[in-house]
Write a protein that binds this ligand. Structure first.
Ligand code: ASP
Length: 337
């Protein structure tokens, strides 16, 4: 049995029908995110919930309602969504931010459970945090292990606190929930369905059709995540690594994806990533070309020196700190030569 985690684009109203056709009997835990963007410029439900928590603006709530009504309507789901939305809105009043943010995952999971006829499992009863919101490893392990061999749908990203409230992981933390359910229900595979084809040699939103890496190691995945690759949350790698559980990151529309396991990618240049830290863009290159890689980075930095603050060159991970994202320049230098 394996665990499948579907991200926010997969669970957006117009995509769900296709996603429902992917859910099969080999899947034990099905972990879902709140509805994400349906089109460029659209808002994610989690962002809308955050805005509603801050502003209590009825217009914002209406946008959330509209998304879930559409989800139910266009996918023909038999659930009383109006009643559920009204109940959640009531519960959100007087509750904290974590509770409000968790509502998107809860709603999606209840809808997917109703659509598939699977059991709905309440994440707050299995993913445990202490009163201060710190993840409770032991208690979570004990509880999640009782779900081994069961087929169910659960919301990612959040859990329950000892005092009865809710807590969330960081944004993008549905990947961490997926890893928890995969490892502690003894799944043989953790499939993480997202909206890109896998882990690419550069951000597919910045460069055209970058190559997908067929395999990378857990350590490389964690490194890429901490350097800005958003495809899989870096903390979602720890538990699978300890359990030697393969993680496959793939597109829900179909792709072979990337297998994250014990075998590293040994290509000369593994991937170009970028993240913004303290006002500067840090473009990083993970490379297996000990000196040449670093030298190539130094050349790029020289070419665009007007925006470069400094470089850090090393045997396998080199970085350029600059006032601009240099993904395209760096990708062109390594992959378009
Ligand atoms: N819905 C949450 C977010 O947008 C968590 C997730 O999707 O992983 O960050």
């Amino acid at each position: 049995m394996y665990t499948a985690k579907f991200g926010g684009t997969a669970t957006a109203p117009h995509n769900l029908k296709y996603v429902l056709s992917l859910i099969d009997d080999n899947m034990g835990a099905v972990v879902v995110s709140a509805c994400g963007r349906s089109f460029d410029g659209d808002e994610k439900v989690t962002d809308l919930l955050n805005l509603f928590y801050v502003t209590h603006d009825e217009m914002v709530w209406r946008k959330i309602e509209t998304k879930y009504r559409r989800l139910v309507e266009i996918n023909g789901i038999n659930i009383d969504i109006d009643k559920l939305l009204a109940e959640k809105k009531r519960n959100m009043c007087g509750n904290d931010r974590a509770y409000c943010l968790s509502v998107g995952e809860e709603l999606t999971a209840k809808c997917v459970a109703a659509a598939t006829g699977r059991e709905y499992v309440e994440a707050a009863d299995f993913i445990c945090f202490d009163e201060g919101g710190r993840f409770d490893y032991r208690e979570t392990k004990c509880r999640v292990e009782t779900l081994a061999n069961q087929k169910f749908v659960v919301g990612g990203f959040y859990g329950g606190k000892r005092d009865g409230g809710r807590a969330t992981f960081e944004r993008g933390g549905g990947d961490i929930s997926g890893a928890i359910f995969a490892v502690w229900t003894s799944a043989t595979l953790y499939e993480n369905y997202t909206d890109v084809d896998g882990v690419c040699v550069a951000n597919p939103r910045c460069v055209f059709c970058p190559k997908v890496l067929p395999q990378i190691s857990y350590g490389q995945m964690r490194l890429l995540g901490s350097c800005g690759a958003e495809v899989l949350h870096p903390s979602a790698v720890d538990l699978p690594q300890k359990a030697a559980l393969p993680v496959v990151v793939k597109n829900f529309w179909g792709s072979c994806g990337t297998t994250v396991y014990n075998y590293p990618c040994v290509d000369d240049v593994v991937s170009v990533t970028c993240r913004k830290t303290d006002g500067l863009y840090v473009t990083s290159v993970l490379h297996n070309l000990p000196d040449m890689g670093a030298r190539a980075i130094a050349d790029i930095a020289r070419d665009v020196k007007n925006c470069v603050a400094r470089c850090e060159l090393s045997r396998d991970l080199s970085k350029i700190y600059a006032s601009q994202d240099l993904t395209v320049e760096t990708y062109n230098a390594f992959f378009q030569a």
